[in-house]
Design a binder for this molecule. Structure first.
Ligand SMILES: [Zn+2]
Length: 215
């Protein structure tokens, strides 16, 4: 029998080192959640589109307290329209439409890549519901890739709200992504949100892992 180049102790140390490396990599990873085009509505717009005092019907839980609703709308730009755009709840202070860059070509509306809620200078769009339609003056964005973290996980990782990090995606179409915004809150659960086009380019599906790179 060939003699190993390692002593038993060296071999054990090597295994432990590899396990520790894998664990620390895993500790800084989050599941991926892929966002399809969707809309957040204010009370005023909900009233117009679905009727005064109407309520959303939750069908799928997202982040804690957030959900996909049964309700959908049509969004219509100067070049075209997209039907069955999912409404996400609960209602917000201001309506916001999140689309992909591909969608923007279909609609003829050209949104900036933005963090949710930062709507200054964003284009508007027409929204059509079963009970009425409304012309939003602003609120269309292509969502900035971001990572939701709860306070405990952020503390353990040594990161903070508003920080930008790099993220590694593994696999055949894997890549290192820049400019992933960390959003830390006790209302969040760990999850990286990217849109369908980013997901397709990276060859990932829901629940695949994204590895945060901290140096
Ligand atoms: Zn998100």
């Amino acid at each position: 029998m060939e003699k190993s180049q390692y002593t038993q102790e060296e071999f054990l140390r090597l295994i432990i080192k590899l396990v520790v490396e894998e664990l620390s990599k895993w500790e800084r990873s989050v599941p991926i959640g892929i966002s399809n085009r969707h809309i957040h509505l204010s009370r005023a717009e909900m009233d117009v589109l679905f009727g005064v005092g109407s309520e959303l019907t939750p069908i799928k839980d997202l982040q804690p307290g957030q959900y996909a609703a049964k309700e959908t709308v049509t969004i219509q730009g100067p070049k075209g329209e997209l039907k069955r755009v999912r409404v996400l709840g609960p209602l917000r202070k201001e309506s916001q439409v999140e689309i992909s860059i591909g969608d923007s070509f279909v609609l003829g509306v050209h949104p900036p890549v933005r963090e949710s809620g930062k709507l200054e200078g964003t284009p508007g769009i027409k929204v059509i519901g079963p009970k009425g339609e409304v012309e939003l003056e602003r609120g269309v964005i292509a969502a900035l890739r971001h990572i939701h973290l709860d306070l405990v996980t952020a503390e353990r990782m040594g990161v903070h709200d508003g920080q930008f990090v790099q993220v590694k995606i593994e696999g055949q179409r894997g890549a290192i992504l820049d400019n992933a915004l960390l959003r830390v809150s006790d209302k969040f659960a760990p999850e990286m949100h990217i849109d369908v086009e980013e997901a397709n380019a990276l060859g990932v599906k829901n629940s695949d892992r994204a590895y945060i790179i901290l140096d």
